[in-house]
Design a protein around this ligand. Structure first.
Ligand code: NAP
Ligand code: MG
Length: 456
């Protein structure tokens, strides 16, 4: 059994089975059998099952939010929003079931040339601990919508919402075996899933290092792979920005989920003429964040996921200071139990430092000044990652020039939002490939079959 620990208290919140390759074998077998039925289900039956899953998630929103908050340490108000977003994801893909198909193609040969969209078969979904149910929804909903079946592997330490989702799916009428959850370690369950010959596709969200390993494991059986990996996104603030909107938005673009967010804008690039004003306002806002018990309604930032992860984050603060950075605020550990850490701001950083290059995945931002647009672009692109990012300016021409020049999968202008269920989500460079969300996700859960019907 695996004991789950509360990030807020360090105490046990329950146990789940530590499963392994045998359970992966069973789940893949069940998913193969269920695929026969599910792929043939009528479009409307599939739509209705997804819609009912969405309804049941909304019905149980409070229970699921409490579960997610308990398991991850995220504030209850945030968890409520996330569970609502999972319901919206199932809604969106319920609506997409009958709106995504093949084409009739004007071919040269006499006859009719068609493409059909066909499901892939059994899809493996491997999910991290930072947004367990949200990311599971991004994979499970489009996969099921297109007639695939799914074996879901949550992070070993945050399996509770995935297990709840599988129960709701059964209640909603999804055939048994069409969605299974296998709990256990990534190095055992994840590896078995990513190398299983009967798994057609792996959709992975997590670190770049494990993403690379997934590609290796998938190679011998030519599995399809899509990868949502790490990030070190830039937030570029020009002097003409509306700072009243920019500062609070930028604050949460890095400290949301205690910074454990692949889209975190952890590199703040600020035009020199407003550099000290931005630092002062940012620091004052960071110091006002209410860090505390995730179960309380007023809490804005909860603990980090584990004590070991907090140590990794504080190690980065030590590394940064050794490299010459100044810790202007935060980075302190409050008295008492739980993996809390106050929001940290680093200045006197340069782009080559480890704290500006590596993903810290905690509540830490580094702030760098720039003088010209070209410099801002060069700094933004000085990263192996390219997931997300923001830029703030009221000059539309500059906004478009800079947006085109930044190497990233997603960019928000005068905003910090990266997640829109209607639009593709994903990265470039070592942030991965393939897209989740929007109609674009459906490409990754279907194959095209080309059919030619002769006139003769
Ligand atoms: P991780 O260690 O890469 O783990 C992600 C998932 O992969 C977990 O379910 C993990 O299982 C599993 N896993 C670990 N080793 C594996 C292996 N050898 N084979 C197959 N599966 C394996 O990442 P994490 O520590 O959970 O999350 C933090 C990272 O995820 C950050 O780098 C962050 O940027 C990235 N992330 C990216 C996105 C995005 O959309 N781009 C979203 C969220 C997070 P266990 O946990 O059970 O070991
Ligand atoms: Mg890990």
């Amino acid at each position: 059994m695996t004991t789950l620990l509360s990030p807020a208290t360090g105490e046990s919140i329950g146990e789940v089975p530590t499963q392994g390759a045998d359970e992966v074998e069973q789940a893949v077998g069940a998913a193969r059998s269920a695929f026969i039925e599910w792929r043939r289900a009528s479009v409307r039956d599939r739509r209705d099952v997804l819609r009912r899953i969405s309804d049941f998630i909304r019905r149980d929103q409070e229970r699921l939010a409490a579960l997610e908050s308990l398991n991850t340490g995220k504030p209850i108000t945030v968890a409520r929003g996330e569970i609502g977003a999972v319901a919206t994801t199932f809604d969106f893909y319920a609506g997409a079931v009958d709106k995504f198909g093949g084409q009739t193609i004007p071919g040269n040969a006499p006859g009719t040339l068609l493409t059909w969209r066909e499901p892939l078969g059994v899809c493996g979904a491997i999910v991290p601990w930072n947004f367990p149910m949200v990311i599971a929804g991004w994979k499970v909903a489009p996969a099921l919508a297109m007639g695939n079946t799914v074996v879901l592997k949550p992070a070993e330490i945050t399996p509770l919402s995935a297990l709840a989702l599988a129960e709701l799916a059964l209640e909603a009428g999804l055939p048994a075996g069409a969605l299974s959850v296998v709990t256990g370690r990534g190095s055992v369950v994840g590896e078995a899933l990513a190398s299983h010959p009967d798994v057609a596709k792996i959709s992975f969200t997590g670190s770049t290092e494990v993403g690379s390993r997934i590609m290796e494991l998938a190679a011998p059986t030519i599995k399809k792979v899509s990868l949502e990996l790490g990030g070190k996104s830039a937030n570029v603030i020009f002097a003409d920005a509306d700072l009243d909107a920019c500062i609070p938005s930028s604050l949460w673009s890095v400290y949301d989920n205690a910074g454990q967010d692949c889209c975190a804008r952890s590199r703040l690039l600020v035009e020199r003429s407003i550099f000290s004003e931005v630092i002062d306002r940012f620091v004052a806002s960071a110091e006002a964040i209410k860090v505390g018990d995730p179960a309380q309604e007023e809490t804005e930032m909860g603990p980090l996921i584990t004590a070991a992860h907090r140590e990794r984050v504080t190690d980065f603060l030590t590394i940064g200071r050794k490299e010459g950075a100044e810790l202007v605020t935060g980075g302190s550990i409050p008295d008492g139990p739980g993996n809390y850490l106050t929001p940290a701001v680093l200045t006197e950083v340069d782009s080559g430092m480890r704290v500006m290059q590596e993903e810290i995945f905690g509540p830490v931002v580094g702030i760098i000044p720039f003088d010209t647009e070209e410099q801002a672009i060069a700094l933004a692109n000085d990263s192996i990652y390219g997931l997300s990012g923001s830029l703030w300016t009221r000059d539309i021409g500059r906004a478009l020039r800079v947006a085109k020049a930044i190497e990233t999968g997603m960019l928000s202008i005068n905003s910090s939002s990266s997640v829109h269920i209607e639009a593709p989500f994903g990265g470039v460079k070592r942030s991965g490939f393939g897209r989740e969300q929007g109609m674009a996700a459906l490409d990754h859960y279907t194959d095209l079959k080309t059919v030619f019907i002769s006139d003769h």
